[in-house]
Ligand binder design. Sequence first.
Ligand SMILES: Cc1cc2nc3c(=O)[nH]c(=O)nc-3n(C[C@H](O)[C@H](O)[C@H](O)COP(=O)(O)OP(=O)(O)OC[C@H]3O[C@@H](n4cnc5c(N)ncnc54)[C@H](O)[C@@H]3O)c2cc1C
Length: 472
Amino acid sequence: MILTWIKKTVLLMIFSFLLLFASSLFADTRPSHQYKVIIIGAGSAGLAAAQDLYQHGIKDVLIIEARNRIGGRVWTIHPWGAATDLGASWIHRTNNNPIAELAKKHGVETLPTIYSLGNPLNKFSSFDLYDNNGKKISSEEMKSTLKLISKFNADTSQNKLHLKENASFEDAVNIFTQQEHLQGKNLQLFNFIAKDMIESDAGGDMKQISYSTGNSLHSIMSGNDVLPQGGYIRLFSEFAKNMSISLNNPVTAIHYDSQGVTIVTKKGVYHSRYVVVTLPLGVLQAGTVKFLPELPKEKLAAIKHLRMGFFNKIYLFFDKPFWNLDIEWISMMPNQNNPKPHYEALNLYKFVRQPILLFFSAGSFSEETEGWSDKRILDDVMHHLKLIYGDNISTPSAYLITRWGKDPFAHGSYSYPGIGSSIKDYKNLAAPVANKLFFAGEATSSTDPGTVTGAYLSGLSAAELIIQQLYV
Ligand SMILES: Cc1cc2nc3c(=O)[nH]c(=O)nc-3n(C[C@H](O)[C@H](O)[C@H](O)COP(=O)(O)OP(=O)(O)OC[C@H]3O[C@@H](n4cnc5c(N)ncnc54)[C@H](O)[C@@H]3O)c2cc1C
């Protein structure tokens, strides 16, 4: 019995040894494939970079994306038939804009809006504004305030306010309103419109936005703003079809040296000669992706100086509309004692012929509401609507609420220049590292940060730098 047991054990040992020997003979001893280029992130910047590389014949490219979809902060869904964008909505300033050209190329029709970043005051020509008792602000009051806002814009662009280096937009507004001796309702109205213009564009509070840096950002585009029909993602989905994209694959670490780059993800390890990093500023700030060795100190400083703004959407779908259908915007001034709640609604009926109001919130108020329950947000918005239209308005039959700050792959909506930042921070964020890591994404654009256009152009720039490396 004991002899048989010994025999069996010896045989088993010999067999295991042979198996081990055989497996070592057949094991793949080649290093795993080294891609020419890996792009981290399948948002506007990443897809633009990939497209440019493909067009230059560089096809050994892999895009690694954390989400289960492409687009990043461009995100279209169809919850009630109509395409609904939870991220970007507008193509801002269509002249000289590659995103407007993409729309044309892919046959995506666009709907012009009165609102335009090209001329931010346009918006208020189709804007029903109410005081906090629900009384409409007269067109005379709006006109005289807008005249003052034009003067403010002219004074700021000509640096006439003589502000200190670290001044904020709030400082600029305060100095201007003091110079103009604004008081009472005139002051309240001016502050409201200035805040509305500046904060929704930046996603930060006026007191947190650098006046000098904000003022020195000059878009290369001009003209009006349009909404892509059928959803923003249509601009990208066609050309992304033939790309090699690994979805659901969050990157956790990026190791780089003169030989190349090794990327560690939750699914495995990838090697590449060059890498385009399009991680949002919020992700870089959160430190969830480790860089080894650490990024240069200028880049770390840029990551600190630029800030991630908050800008969220609340879609309310009603059975039938009860608001002025000809107007583009509806808003209400906050209570003097509680100036924070600041929503404004885009009348989507005008564009999609469905009874939908799209509310926006920006800055620290938007950040605060991310911590509220859906019910609390809906009650607050409905409270504002009832003050304007009365208690008998219907309750929404469906709704959607975004919380971009809580999104682990964005950590906010878009970037803005914080106090102490300079244009150099955008350039430092964009600067390549060790000729191996190339950075792109909206926050690396020093002409159009915070936009799809800025992200797209930055992706093209990163790709061009890599093309030079590969072909020179
Ligand atoms: C509510 C809202 C409204 C907006 N409105 C407009 C507008 O009207 N017009 C406009 O021009 N712009 C608008 N923007 C801004 C615009 O959406 C962004 O500037 C642009 O989409 C950013 O593109 P990006 O490629 O730089 O970043 P992203 O689109 O965020 O792409 C980065 C990608 O990296 C991925 N990623 C993150 N972490 C990891 C990881 N660890 N591993 C792998 N992948 C990762 C992300 O999932 C994402 O897909 C809006 C944004 C928001 C949130």
